[in-house]
Ligand binder design. Structure first.
Ligand code: PLP
Length: 482
């Protein structure tokens, strides 16, 4: 093979203008616009320049590449004009998977987004008076209904409760601390100085809010007397933080919520609880007993609770602050609230999600529907997929699919130890390792995200939408050809 003459190869490359004048490029320009085609040509030519520079192309391979230039430009164009944010199939069984977008929205939520966001709306306009309104009213009224309907219960919520919405729960905690405790002290147990992931750390949020953290107790044991002993004239707030993503077991002690409420009332200091997930649905009905609900805390007399919209609530990303109206008013009038407020898309999605709760239509909310799926229902769907893949496969013997017992995880910082019983499809392949299988599933369109355990790929249908089953079958069937 002759030595590579790089300068001669660079000379062979056409200029962008030359390419733009070619007939096939003109067709592309007509379809996709001049700017996009020019940009794609630049990218393709730059790639060739780099390959020449690295000595990866010789005379023949460059000619070959130049012969396929129009196709390369078209491919580049397709790639740059397609969406980067795409749907995928979550077969991990983790219902609230932060990396996969947490809660999928209810169909009613995006219908409502479409209807109210593609036209003008009464977001901040009172149609009856013709005057300026508040954007919170749209969801506050539904929270009122949910909390009011609880009044019929034996241990009713006594105080008037208001709710405001900010960008996420991290913002909710920041706003609440800044509004209620700026320049003062907040008492927190050392066992609750948590990091939630994505750099949300209680001590950091505390300093950003200009409140001073007053740690009490020890990592594993904190008593009510520790809180009481730390209260002084600078104390503005008692804070309890839900241990969302870990547990402390063994020699442990933590005061009950009722003890904290009693102390807060006696010393006239508000009690705030960062619930994290904040279920509005009784998880005990799906066998999860350790996750506190929003209603449980308000009923117990906690003054302010903060929670996420896209965790167990099953709505859009949002941070919700519910609690004593006089305290919520202080947060609403804080200029931080204006900076952290959410847009009409979030209000629309949240309003539709909350309406499903008010109507007690829990199956309309995807995360609730997934939590409520029984092991038998999941097993039936898994069996059907296995038999369909078997009958569609060209070389069925290569991919072994079997049903095994397993657990689905709620995730999203909810109930770290709570698991739901499920049936899993366990896949192994005659020629591919579990990691290779997993990689191929991810490369499928739409991508299938599964988990690998003990040399097998495990697929949990709890988090796969029935509409996605045909795609999942096709992805598995394709693996039998390898
Ligand atoms: C998840 C979580 C947060 C952060 O909520 P985002 O909505 O993700 O901002 C804060 N505190 C606790 C206890 C959590 O579980």
């Amino acid at each position: 093979m002759s030595a590579i003459n790089k300068p001669a190869l660079f000379q062979k490359l056409p200029s962008t203008d030359e390419l733009l004048r070619q007939p096939d490029m003109r067709v592309l320009i007509e379809r996709e616009g001049h700017a996009a085609v020019t940009e794609s040509i630049r990218v393709v030519l730059e790639r060739l320049r780099q390959e020449i520079g690295r000595g990866q192309l010789n005379d023949q391979s460059l000619d070959l590449a130049l012969g396929g230039l129009s196709e390369a430009v078209e491919r580049q164009l397709r790639q740059s004009l397609s969406y980067s944010l795409r749907p995928l199939i979550n077969a991990t069984g983790v219902i609230l998977h932060t990396n996969l977008g947490r809660a999928p929205l209810a169909a009613a939520a995006f219908d409502h987004i479409r209807a109210t966001a593609s036209a003008y709306s009464n977001l901040e306009f009172d149609v009856s008076t013709g005057e300026r309104g508040k954007r919170d009213v749209h969801v506050d009224r539904l929270f009122q209904k949910l909390f009011d309907s609880d009044r019929a219960g034996t241990t009713a919520i006594s105080a008037a409760i208001s709710t405001i919405v900010v960008n996420n729960n991290a913002a909710a905690v920041l706003l609440a601390l800044n509004s209620l405790a700026e320049g003062g002290e907040v008492i927190v147990s050392r066992g609750e100085l948590v990091e939630i992931g994505g750099s949300f750390r209680i001590p950091d949020v505390m300093s950003k809010s200009n409140a001073t953290l007053r740690e009490v107790g020890t990592t594993n044991r904190t008593r009510i007397a520790d809180y009481e002993g730390a209260i002084n004239e600078c104390t503005r707030l008692l804070l309890r933080v839900h241990r969302s993503n870990f547990e402390i077991t063994g020699f442990t002690e933590q005061p009950g919520l009722d003890e904290l409420v009693a102390l807060a009332h006696r010393r006239n200091v508000p009690l705030m609880e960062d619930l994290g997930s904040g279920a509005l649905f009784d998880l005990r009905s799906v066998g999860v007993n350790c996750e506190p609900g929003v209603l449980d805390s308000l009923r117990a007399g906690v003054d302010i609770v903060t929670y996420s919209g896209d965790k167990l609530l099953g709505g859009p990303q949002a941070g919700l602050i519910s609690g004593r109206a006089d305290l919520v008013v202080r947060m609403r009038s804080n200029s931080l609230f204006r900076a952290l407020r959410v847009d009409k898309l979030t209000y629309a999605a949240l309003e539709a999600t909350l309406l499903a709760y008010v109507k007690r239509d829990h199956d309309a909310v995807p995360v609730l529907r997934m939590m409520r799926l029984s092991k038998d229902e999941i097993a039936k769907r898994a069996e059907r997929i296995i038999s369909r893949v078997k009958s569609a496969a060209t070389k069925p013997a290569r991919l072994k699919l079997e049903l095994i017992d397993g657990e689905s995880v709620i995730g999203g910082g909810a109930a770290p130890s709570a698991a739901l019983q499920t049936r899993l499809v366990a896949a192994t392949h005659a020629h591919l390792s579990a990691d290779e299988l997993n990689t191929r599933l991810r490369a499928y369109f739409p991508p299938v995200i599964a988990r690998v355990e003990e040399g097998r790929v495990l697929l949990d249908l709890r988090t796969v939408f029935p509409e996605q089953e045909a795609n999942l079958e096709a992805a598995l069937t394709a693996l039998t050809e390898n």
